[in-house]
Design a protein around this ligand. Structure first.
Ligand code: HAM
Length: 427
């Protein structure tokens, strides 16, 4: 039997109902904050990711699906292409490529779509997963550097999660400063790690060499007391970065958005500057980050674009759905009516009636005259219908239909002209 590749999955009904409900709500909230959709290709030049996400990150060094694409002619040079592991780099590339900076305004762009990382699959971690993300990017003259942007993004996310109906989320906040701050911090970490490194796990030993920040990500229990005593990033911020972070916090406090400072939160991408954040949820197990994001003030320039500071986030949609399910959210969607033709020759009047109802806005499913009444009731219940509408010879003759409420058992006769209204008002 053929199976979907490791780390991928089929999303089937009724689960897809919940996915669509989430996406509809997200589009609604994003529109209220004046975001507009952007759709970028699913694969890009490999260099786009190595230059933005960073050569040394796990994503680029081990998790990308990359292949050599031969040109049509023998003489064409092969090009290295990669399935996108994230979408921020593509959005910034598109921003530069299409000269969106020339508008002189802030671009508020969102996307919904699959991303690909060759990770070890587990609950909440897949090789093809879905992100709902957004970026605000623009010239400093349009206010792109302001801490107000950071606060507005976080406010939007809190509103979005509330409106989607997720309750138990927590906002974790940090600042990774600017490149100079991080260089000083890395230096301090290296120094602090040197005398204790022999007691730490092999991964930490390696990370201390290549990227000491990653040591903070270590989950090995024995290493935790050592990590807790390491220097803290917030002590290494320069004055402008410190002020920026204080302004973001003050606005969150003023708006009433609760957060915890997590100085150990190390985001897995190199482009971040200043504010970084994750929203976590207790129902997710070890992959507890529903979404992550932050500022990337130098990303456009590192891709040969103009100075265009930005901030954004990506929600892991798979995880958001899992978190909602852990809170008891169900995917089942009811339909209003099940139209059941009863007896030979009843399919024709039944399809006419179902058509009328559907055109009047009633959600309806349709049986078949070959089914016995008991089977029709069975199927109506399985379809999640609130009412069954019987189309038999008597009904057709009188133009009055037998309508039964499947939950209460109550049965009434309703005239054709009143039927759509009756079904809509009572379901
Ligand atoms: P990220 O933290 O790598 O950030 O991913 C964002 C979210 O995607 C995670 O919090 C998680 O919910 C989900 N996610 C990541 N990997 C997987 C996976 N293998 N399976 C399921 N879900 C996953 C970014 O991608 C940045 N581009 C976010 C951003 C936008 N920063 C600024 N703008």
């Amino acid at each position: 039997m053929m199976k979907a590749p490791r780390g991928t999955r089929d999303l089937l009904p009724p689960d897809t109902n919940l996915w669509n409900r989430v996406e509809a709500k997200v589009r609604d909230v994003l529109a209220r904050y004046n975001y507009h959709e952007v759709r970028t290709p699913i694969f890009e030049d490999t260099q786009l990711f190595s230059r933005s996400v960073g050569e040394e990150t796990d994503i680029v060094s081990k998790e990308m699906f990359t292949w050599e694409d031969r040109g049509r002619a023998q003489s064409d040079k092969a090009q290295s292409l990669t399935l996108r592991p994230e979408n921020t780099a593509s959005v910034v590339r598109a921003y530069i490529e299409h000269g969106l900076f020339k508008t002189g305004t802030l671009q508020k762009l969102y996307y919904i779509g699959p991303q690909f990382r060759r990770e070890r699959p587990q609950k909440g971690r897949y090789r093809q997963f879905y992100q709902i993300g957004a970026e605000i990017i623009g010239p400093p003259s349009a206010g792109s550097e302001s801490p107000l942007r950071d606060a507005e993004v976080l406010d939007m996310l809190a509103t979005l999660l509330d409106e989607v109906g997720l309750r138990g989320w927590q906002l974790q906040l940090n600042s990774v400063g600017c490149a100079a701050d991080r260089a000083r911090y890395n230096q301090a970490l290296r120094q602090a790690l040197q005398p204790v490194l022999h007691q730490m796990c092999d991964d930490c030993k390696r990370r201390a060499e290549t990227n000491p920040l990653r040591v903070l990500d270590c989950k090995v229990p024995e290493d935790q007391p050592i990590i807790e005593r390491l220097p803290r990033i917030l002590q290494y911020l320069d004055e402008p970065c410190r002020e920026h972070f204080a302004a973001v916090r003050a606005m969150l406090d003023a708006v009433g958005i609760a957060y915890v400072i997590n100085e150990r939160m190390v985001r897995g991408l190199d482009y971040y500057t200043r504010t970084t954040f994750e929203f976590t949820h207790g129902g997710l197990g070890s992959q507890n980050s529903v979404l992550g994001g932050g500022r990337y003030d130098g990303l456009s320039e590192s891709l040969d674009g103009p100075k265009a500071p930005g901030i954004g986030f990506a929600i892991g949609e798979d995880r958001l759905v899992l978190a909602l399910e852990s809170e008891g959210e169900t995917a089942v969607e009811k339909i209003q009516a099940y139209v059941a033709p009863l007896g030979t020759g009843m399919n024709v009047p039944a399809i006419k009636l179902a058509r009328e109802l559907r055109r009047a806005g009633v959600s309806a499913d349709l049986g078949d005259e070959s089914l016995r009444l008991k089977k029709s009731f069975d199927l109506a219940e399985k379809a999640g219908a609130r009412f069954i509408v019987i189309v038999g010879e008597n009904e057709v003759a009188s133009d009055q239909f037998t309508v039964k409420n499947l939950a209460s058992g109550q049965q009434v006769q309703i005239a054709r002209a009143e039927l759509a209204k009756y079904l809509s008002h009572n379901s």
